[in-house]
Design a protein around this ligand. Sequence first.
Ligand code: ADP
Length: 581
Amino acid sequence: MRLKPVVLAILIAGCALIGLIFWWINRSIEDQRLGELREDLHNQAALLSSVFDSHSPDVDRLVDDIAEHLRCRITVIGENGKVVGDSDFSGEQLAALENHANRTEIIKAKQAGWGDRIRYSPSLKTWLMYSAVRLRHSDGFVRVAVTAPHRAILAPPLRLPLAVLLLGAALAAGVMYLMITRTVGEPRSKLERWMDQIAEGESSSAPPIYSGEELGPIRRSISNLTEEVGERMRRLQAEADYLKAVLASMPEGVMITETNGRINRINPAFLEIFAVDRDPIGRTVVEVVRNPILEDSLRQVLSRKETTNRQVEIKVEERVLLARFSRLEKAGDVLGAVVVFHDITRLRRLENVRKEFVSNLSHEFRTPLTSIRGYAETLVDEPCESAAHKDFLPKIQKNAEQLSQMIEELFKLASLEAGGERLEKRVVSFDSLAAELREEFGPRLQSKSIELVTEAEPEAKSLLAHEAYLRRILHNLVDNAVKYTQRGTVKITAGRSGNEVVVAVSDTGTGIPAEDLHRIFERFYRVEKDRSRGTGGSGIGLALVKHLVQVQGGRVWAESKLGQGSRFYFSLPADENTDQQ
Ligand code: ADP
């Protein structure tokens, strides 16, 4: 609370109280004065009531004589209200005077023998105090009147004391104000200036107030508070500097945004990657980066439409960037998002080189391999004497075939990766596929005493797929199952799961160690190099399966127990026209 208004309010209230007291005293004095006057007037009227006779012809003259001595107005009024004598009017004028029967003092006197009143006299045009008394010796009334005294606003004897008191109050208020300003106001101003300095970051030792002063007791609290605040500020600053240093040391571009999508923090790498020339803080992402994919992804992440993390690939000039989005959340509230930009230009370039190389290589190998296989086949059919020829030619033929199959798969993989191939899906019958596989693998199954079981739920009897791809997928999976199984069963099943059809190929073969299971779909990955070589494996079959399933919108996964067998699953989006049962 400010001091000046308080002191002023006290001063006004004090003066008002003094005024009220004086008004009340003045009023009492005035009331007493009027009461005394009224008493005097009544006594005079009572005295005169024995003197006048309303029927006497000399009454008006007698009235004039007595009024001259008493210095007041005397009126004698008949019972009917007619004025028969009046000291202020001559005998001739009396007849023209108004009837006085309705005058208040006369009405009162008629009822009680006596009545008085202060009122304006229309006959004399002035305020008069009247006192009327019934005549003693005849009917009628005598009325005495004097000019009514003005009520003084302030009786003269009260004026000096009031002035002295008001002056005293003003002086007391002034002294009080000075004292309060000295004891509280000045230290407070000093304290304010000191706090401003602290807020501006100037370090100051102790608050400029002393224990003896009015504000002394709060000195220690202020001291503790400023120390605590200072310590927290230093800690916050250190943390901010640390974060800044971490961000500055990162080769990846980092951008932190608020919930409204405005940039809150960036690091130097971000400025370099996006060649930002103006300060991006406080601006929206689209203003700074001008990339609709980025803007859209950020909106999705901030609006919770997306799970916490998202990553997109964007191109900035010649660079390829992988942008990873993370939503910042605290106790369920979204605070903003962090976007980290990884430069993957080199990685993508190398990948393209590799893809191109594999594609070219497999293409170039196809022709010479076909010739080798052709010549080998011709020579095998030719009669020959040499044991070496007999021994080597079938091996040359077998290896050439394996190489050819491998090149074929590599080529297929490369063309799938390159994309652009039209995907034409149609409904394929599970049973006819099963029959084809049974026929194709029949001799191998027989030679190894493996039973082939095929089973499809009614709603998975028809599969919507690219026919050739589906054939290839099943061929590779069954080929592996037969390859890695010595005896037992190979089972192909199909069933509906939600809006997918899931096909599983299981066997009772060697199984796959748990540590290899997650890598078997990688290109060229083989569990045991020697084992695969012995079985003619190349490590491409499952990678191709994975691609062929993925281009059709499906997924692949596997389960296995070493020594007991494996189960490979793949899913395909279900045919919408097939009723789910
Ligand atoms: P490969 O031509 O060597 O079979 P794949 O890509 O088809 O190549 O398979 C990768 C590896 O996964 C194989 O080398 C093999 O070790 C393992 N594998 C695949 N299918 C089976 C299976 N049914 N049983 C056991 N191991 C398997």
